[in-house]
Design a protein around this ligand. Sequence first.
Ligand code: GAF
Length: 386
Amino acid sequence: MSLAGNLQDMITAVFHREFGSAPTQLFSAPGRVNLIGEHTDYNDGFVLPCAIQFETVLASALVPGSNQIRIFAADYQELHIIDLTETVTPVATPRWANYVRGVVAGLQQRGLVLPGCDLVVGGNVPQGAGLSSSASLEMVLGLGLSTLAGSPLSPRDNALNGQQAEHQFAGCQCGIMDQLVSAAGQAGQALLLDCRSLDYQTVPMPASLQVLIIHSNVKRGLVDSAYNERREQCEAAAAFFGVKALRDVTLAQLEAAQAQLAPLIYARARHVISENNRTEAAAVALKSGDIKTLSALMAQSHQSMRDDFAITVPAIDFLVAEVAAICGERGGVRMTGGGFGGCIVALLPADLVEPVCLHLSKVYPAAHQLEPTFYLCQASAGARAL
Ligand code: GAF
């Protein structure tokens, strides 16, 4: 049986146990890996992620006459109840409930009348790895609850609603990438997302490349505050140029203004502007199967995240360097996600996957006293009713 089949069966069984009946509808939403385009989304720029096969599943049943959402989190073995007659606000604990409360509040603000229902939610997206377990939770809830209310949200509105939940209930001033690719992902495709217009183009993943995600298992501490700080620095740079976002500034304009900018702000802006250019170029390279160019762009992206944006850590830099030494121009490798730990992503020909895993299993624990975790991923479909 597939991983997904097991998860759906497990969530259905938990629903039976907690609520004493069968769920009537199941929904799913995936995590994601970003191939290139990091910290560009909240600068109105470009990103190139794909959804992955790890997912969050929601089992649901309407409860006629009820004014409550009763939701059981299978991962925490914890029940949370939302009273639909009261204004939904954030709670101190449990933390996971704020994602639910944020999605519910957003749907209500959009004019949806949510019905009383019983829900069980749980997933297999690695948590704290930077693979968007929280976005997959928001997307499955947004789709599931709006469907139960009789007005399923479009992928775009679902993504915007989830982003609002992050901003207002979870304290992370994130961009739109994670939610949009979890909502709109397509099997076998990466998505080139324009985070200003929210338009996207599909970019087929070449059959010759495997997507290998390697988790450093470095604990990501104070991620939200460091993330929000980077966002403020980018906004300061955009304000200097008098534009809405760094999307509107060219590298030539940045170079011309270097002497007037604080060195830190200049470096942050240089990452974002150059990363936007690399992301568009990488989409072209991926489409045409130009792996040599893709490899160079991913290497430059990693250097830029390390030196200009300062979001990598030594263990991550080590993993990237070791993989790059093995794959050379036959593949690409870089840190993926928000940073400060988490995962790297490697696009590799099939014959290099095993040598890379074996090598890292030997050298990484010796150098950093941590074990790597490997996830071989497929570009997968976005949020859907099952
Ligand atoms: C996190 C955020 F949620 C995204 O919006 C994006 O900014 C990413 O970090 C960095 O590219 O995943």
